[in-house]
Ligand binder design. Structure first.
Ligand SMILES: Cc1cc2nc3c(=O)[nH]c(=O)nc-3n(C[C@H](O)[C@H](O)[C@H](O)COP(=O)(O)OP(=O)(O)OC[C@H]3O[C@@H](n4cnc5c(N)ncnc54)[C@H](O)[C@@H]3O)c2cc1C
Length: 453
């Protein structure tokens, strides 16, 4: 086989994809623009550089979805996760690493691999020939971003994420909240009850506005806001513009009757919209925010019905280039319009170092298998990798698609296990046991070495 696999971007996803494909016997060229062309967040020319925190989050593979992703990656001999363990720092249950030696080791392992070469250059066009993986991340260079946009259309490529907080459905108090679309719009009952509503009295609304105004916020990076502020203002900025602004915007109470208390008209209403086909997650409509995470949980728990809410992810607004994967990619992460080009990492609409690396892992294996003529089964949906792929390429709502961390809300429910908080421990153990067994089966079907780690 003389064909090479070209990988654009040597970050979390590109490094992992290269490692996986090279270990399957495919020759790989990584095209990395740093150090020649810099981003505002990277500091070195190393491959696999961590741009901000030095944590890969929880390492608990029984009770935590990201810990499960760690486990699956370790089994598949992932370079990111095994190198992270080599440079582990004490951090309780989290996997924190010594970032510089970590990235230096990744760089050394990749550059000394006999099947891998690195070309330090910026790629500015979408390739028409050969096998490619685009793994250029949230800070994809603007030239390549424009080339992708020219292919996908401007609606299918975002340069910012404006993430509204996402809540686990089971943690919402339905004695307070009720299901109803504004003015009962829709043909079917499902459409007429598409939203979940949380009512507020005037004192509750006033207290909520005070808390929003007082909350700790994060600042934008220099140059980060360019082109952003049209159409998705953070809620606290709306509140700063006037105490009534939210009540006339995302929190307007019109067209809604509180099913739990029909006689009393709410002063304001917070609406949540279904976030996945499984119905296990709801996002708070219009609640993108720059509040710090701690402040968000405090402020959002003031919303009646969300007092005990568990958040699958909190809100945020960041510079982030990502494509509308549900419409653009097939379940092998190939571009439907250009099947020789795959996408991997944060640009596919996953969020986080671990999730990005995991999409690199599967993309690398899929590309290599295709080039070698191997029959690679689909990644099982009930694994952490499979749940993420399923979400970004099919399960998520394409219209409101925003980047997503791995979380148990993406997993198909298990029959016969107790719902709610009390059943959570058993449920999570059930998800992770099922995932481990399916992942092991997927790896064994590939006749490649499986790590005992
Ligand atoms: C400022 C910031 C802070 C973040 N903090 C965290 C955090 O603390 N924890 C966390 O889990 N996640 C964080 N993320 C989110 C994200 O998980 C990481 O950015 C992660 O590194 C994404 O992995 P990736 O491989 O998709 O992209 P990256 O790791 O960014 O890798 C992409 C690579 O592609 C290169 N590249 C870009 N364009 C081109 C081009 N045209 N040609 C050639 N090379 C190119 C880049 O130089 C880079 O090396 C953060 C993101 C940002 C932007």
């Amino acid at each position: 086989m003389t064909q090479e696999l070209h990988i654009v971007g040597g970050g979390m996803a590109g490094s992992e994809a290269a490692w996986q494909a090279a270990n399957m016997g495919v020759r790989v060229v990584i095209h990395e623009m740093r150090p020649k062309v810099e981003t505002f967040a990277h500091k070195t020319g190393n491959l696999g550089e961590m741009v901000c925190s030095n944590s890969f989050r929880s390492d608990d593979s029984e009770q935590n979805a990201v810990g499960l992703l760690h486990w699956e990656m370790r089994r598949a001999g992932g370079i990111i996760i095994t190198t992270a363990h080599e440079h582990r720092l004490p951090a309780g249950g989290a996997l924190a690493v010594d970032r510089d030696p970590f990235a230096e080791t990744i760089t050394r392992k990749l550059t000394s691999h006999p099947n891998i070469s690195v070309s330090y250059e910026e790629v500015t066009e979408l390739p028409t020939e050969g096998q490619w993986i685009i793994a250029t991340g949230p800070l994809t260079s603007s030239k390549l971003g424009s080339a992708i946009q020219a292919e996908t259309g401007s609606d299918a490529l975002a340069f910012f994420d404006a993430i509204a907080p996402i809540v686990y459905t089971e943690s919402i108090n339905m004695d307070v909240a009720w299901l109803q679309s504004r003015y009962d719009k829709g043909e079917t009952e499902a459409e007429q009850k598409a939203y979940l509503n949380c009512p507020m009295t005037k004192p509750q609304y006033e207290a909520f506005i005070d808390a929003l105004l007082a909350a700790d916020k994060t600042e934008f990076h220099e140059g980060e806001t360019a082109g952003y502020f049209d159409g998705c203002l953070p809620i606290e900025v709306m509140a700063e513009r006037g105490r009534e602004t939210l009540r006339h915007g995302p929190m307007k109470p019109v067209g809604l009757t509180n099913a739990n208390d029909p006689e009393n008209k709410p002063y304001a209403v917070v609406q949540l919209r279904r976030d996945n086909a499984l119905g296990t997650l709801y996002n708070i409509v219009g609640f993108q925010t720059k509040m710090k995470y701690g402040a968000q949980t405090e402020v959002f728990k003031m919303i009646p019905g969300l007092e005990d809410a568990s958040f699958a992810r909190l809100g945020g607004i960041h510079r982030n280039t990502f494509i509308n994967s549900p419409t653009l990619l097939d379940n092998r992460l190939r571009m439907k319009s250009r099947p020789n080009v795959r996408f991997a990492g944060q640009i596919t609409g996953v969020e986080g170092y671990v999730e990005s690396a995991s999409m690199g892992l599967v993309a690398g294996r899929m590309a290599a298998a295709e080039m070698l003529g191997l029959d690679l089964p689909d990644v099982p949906q009930d694994t952490a990798h499979g749940a993420l792929i399923h979400h970004i390429t099919g399960g998520a709502e394409a219209k409101t698609f925003q980047p997503m961390n791995v979380n148990f809300g993406l997993f198909r429910p298990l029959e016969g296990l107790r719902g709610g908080r009390r059943g959570r421990k058993d449920r999570y153990k059930g998800y992770t046991d099922r995932a481990k067994s399916d992942w092991q089966g997927w790896l064994e079907a590939q006749s490649l070495p499986i790590s005992e780690a």
